[in-house]
Every structure is written in structure tokens, then in C-alpha cells.
Write a protein that binds this ligand. Structure first.
Ligand code: SR1
Ligand code: MG
Length: 395
């Protein structure tokens, strides 16, 4: 469905969202509708509208002109709603099974109307409850492999790729990541947010020249490598899951960037969950990391060998080089994400939800040591086993 310019922007209320759903003909006449605003993320409003008789529902997601997590003092482009709906449609052309259906979008209202996924659970919430979602890594590995390959110069015509990359130029949302993931946590910046007890550990990070140099190299990659179309914010809060289904949502940060970035963010959020669990319950998280990488590498390699349109694709050694760099970068990006979710602006419930203070501080100190080692030693990890080893060595 195309994007329609129709209305002047105003933030929706539950009543207005319901009226809009009726106007769009999303429900039968006279349906008894109930609408609730359920957005618990950092940026947007999310309306869940359900017909009480049929139990059929839809989601209307609306971007606010500011970052909800901070307030109106942090203005934010509404264009991210167009990026999000276009990214969902682009991903759907390669992996429809892993994204919600988009029914309608309206650029001027900054809304995306999409499939109700309430049969599933946000993966972060489920993981915190101790669920394991056995197919999560298989599905995410396939999602990343296919979207990365088909949007790269190896899976897509060079002219088409440039046009697609242009349509996903996303400077304001990228700036959030550049600041909050790659910069602020490594400096004494006022966006940082951590318990006073962590200050000595944080100051050690801020005075670590080796770490700062490696974080700078990773930021430079993020700034300059327009390799593949990324989701751009692939943490476990951007994934709905059940025992047999997985859906990736919220690609408002989508842009052309380094192939290892989505992998790294996903790995990091699995590690953040592992940090919140007792040792004996961590294995499923490490297994997910192994499987994500194995599935990604195997599907990406198969596509490269069978579907590549680039003359150099068959050159011995090139695929290995691409995979090797994707892995090293993913390890480094994971380290940055672990650190920023611990001391930066946007935390995760996995760590903040540890009720007992000493246990929470211990997990956060572990996170800082783990994140640092992943960044500075990323070239030395020869496989996903390295995550287990570094995790144990930094305990
Ligand atoms: C101001 S936005 C903070 C964070 O929320 C989003 O989900 C991204 O992860 C961003 O860094
Ligand atoms: Mg989000």
C-alpha cells in the first residue's frame, strides 16, 4: 500500500485512533471497539484496537515529534515513521514470515497501521521471565542473512542499491545511535545515567585510552560503511516471539550501514539477559548466539554462492573475508551496546529489573568489564565460543 498525504499532524488519542481505524474501514460497521495506548518504548505512541466480538485487532503506531523518553525538549523527526513503514515493506519482500503486515501508512500523521501481534510476546519480556524461545536465533539469523544479502551489492543491482540506500538516509535516528551507543558512554556526558556506586568503574572506562580508540574505530565504521540495509535497533525489545514464531518490529532506525551491526545488537541483548540470570540458566542465551551466527553465516554463504550478481563474488577468499569482518565488527558493536545499556541514557529491564541492589550492581560491573573486553579484543575472538569465554573471564 502506498503512503498517503492526507491530514495535518496531531498526536492521536485512544478516541481519535479508534475513529481513524473506522474511517480506514479496518473493522466492520458497528463493531464494538476497544482501544488502548500500549507504547512502552522510548519514542512512539502505539494504539491497540480490538473488536470485542471477533477479537480481531490492529496496531496503529504513531511517531511523536520528540523523544518520549526525554520529553519535548528533544525534538525528533516524524520522517522516521516513513522509514519504518518502508523498511517493513522492504524486509517483507525478502522475509515476509518475520515482519508484521503493514496495512496502511500516512506520512503526514506519521502513522503505520499494521498487524496485531498480541498473540506473541516481546522477546525481552519473555527472556526476563526465563523463557527461551527455541527458534528465536534460527529466525533472527535467517532474517539478518537474507535482508543483508539481498540489499547488498552482491544481491542487488548496483543502481537499485544506490536508490534504495538514498531512500533510507536517516540522519537524525543515526545521530541518536552515534551519540548514545558510540560516544556518550565513553565520555563524561550528561546523557549518561548510572547509580552513584558505579562511578569508580565508569571513570575507569572514561580514562581507558585503548578502549576509547577502539570505540572510535567502531563509530567510524557505523558512520561510513553503507554496506547493507540494517534494522538499526535490533534489540530484544524490537522482536515479538513465541515458541514457534518470530516477528521483527520497529525498524525506524533503518539505514545502510555495516553488516555486523544488527548481529552485534542482537548478541548484546542476549548477553544482557544472560547477565541478569544465575549461571545455571545462561546456557540457552549462549546457544542462541551460536545459532544466530551459524544460521546467518550458512544462509548468507549459500546466497552468495548461488545468487550473487557481482563478478568478484566467486573470487576465492572474498566471502571468508566478508564473514570474518562481519563477525569481528559484530563483537565490537555488541560490546558498545552492552556498555551503553548499562551506563547510558537508555537502559534495559534485564539489568535494571534485578531487585537486589548488590546483585544488580555486580551484574552491571560485570557488564562493563564484558563490554570493554568485547570491544578491545574483538579481533581475537575466533568464534562465538569466545563470548562464553570472555563472559566467564569477566565474572
Ligand atoms: C532516545 S531513544 C533511546 C533508544 O531507544 C531506541 O530504542 C534506541 O535503542 C535508542 O538508542
Ligand atoms: Mg524501538
Amino acid at each position: 500500500m502506498t503512503i498517503v498525504q492526507s491530514t495535518v499532524y496531531e498526536p492521536l488519542t485512544e478516541q481519535k485512533a479508534t475513529a481513524l481505524a473506522v474511517r480506514l474501514g479496518l473493522f466492520r460497521d458497528g463493531a464494538p471497539l476497544v482501544c488502548r495506548e500500549i507504547g512502552d518504548g522510548n519514542l512512539n505512541l502505539v494504539f491497540h484496537i480490538v473488536d470485542q466480538e471477533t477479537k480481531q485487532g490492529v496496531i496503529i503506531k504513531q511517531a511523536l515529534p520528540y523523544a518520549k523518553v526525554v520529553g519535548e525538549s528533544w525534538p525528533l523527526t516524524l520522517k522516521r515513521a516513513v522509514i519504518e513503514s518502508n523498511a517493513l515493506r522492504t524486509f517483507a519482500s525478502y522475509v515476509p514470515q518475520y515482519v508484521p503486515n503493514v496495512y496502511y501508512s500516512d506520512e503526514s500523521l506519521a502513522i503505520t497501521v499494521m498487524e496485531d501481534l498480541s498473540r506473541l510476546q516481546i522477546a525481552r519480556k519473555g527472556l526476563i521471565e526465563g523463557k527461551t524461545f527455541p527458534l528465536l536465533s534460527r529466525h533472527i539469523g535467517e532474517f539478518i542473512a537474507k535482508t543483508a544479502f539481498y540489499t547488498s551489492d552482491f544481491g542487488m543491482n548496483q543502481q537499485e542499491k544506490k536508490k534504495l540506500a538514498q531512500s533510507f538516509v536517516n540522519p537524525e535516528l543515526c545521530k541518536i545511535t552515534e551519540d548514545l551507543v558510540f560516544t556518550d558512554p565513553f565520555f563524561d556526558h550528561d546523557t549518561n545515567n548510572f547509580e552513584d556506586e558505579l562511578r569508580p568503574d565508569v571513570e575507569t572506562l572514561w580514562n581507558d585510552d585503548r578502549l576509547r580508540l577502539e570505540a572510535a574505530k567502531l563509530k567510524r565504521k557505523f558512520l561510513t560503511e553503507a554496506d547493507v540495509l540494517l534494522h538499526g535497533d535490533l534489540h530484544t525489545g524490537s522482536i515479538f516471539a513465541s515458541t514457534d514464531e518470530t516477528k521483527v518490529i520497529d525498524p525506524e532506525f533503518a539505514f545502510y550501514g555495516p553488516i555486523g551491526f544488527d548481529l552485534g545488537q542482537f548478541f548484546a541483548n542476549l548477553l544482557l539477559n544472560a547477565l541478569s540470570r544465575p549461571d545455571v540458566e545462561r546456557q540457552p542465551l549462549f546457544d542462541h548466539i551460536d545459532r544466530t551466527w551459524d544460521v546467518f553465516a550458512s544462509i548468507f554463504s549459500e546466497l552468495w554462492r548461488t545468487k550473487s550478481i557481482e563478478t568478484y563474488a566467486a573470487t576465492p577468499g572474498l566471502l571468508d573475508e566478508v564473514l570474518r569482518h562481519a563477525f569481528i565488527d559484530a563483537v565490537g558493536f555488541a560490546g558498545c551496546e552492552v556498555i551503553r545499556r548499562t551506563i547510558g541514557l537508555a537502559h534495559v529491564a534485564d539489568l535494571d529489573g534485578i531487585e537486589q541492589k548488590e546483585a544488580r550492581l555486580a551484574a552491571k560491573r560485570h557488564a562493563l568489564r564484558l563490554g570493554r573486553r568485547l570491544i578491545v579484543e574483538r579481533n581475537e575472538l575466533t568464534g562465538t565460543d569466545g563470548f562464553r569465554r570472555v563472559f566467564a573471564e569477566t565474572e
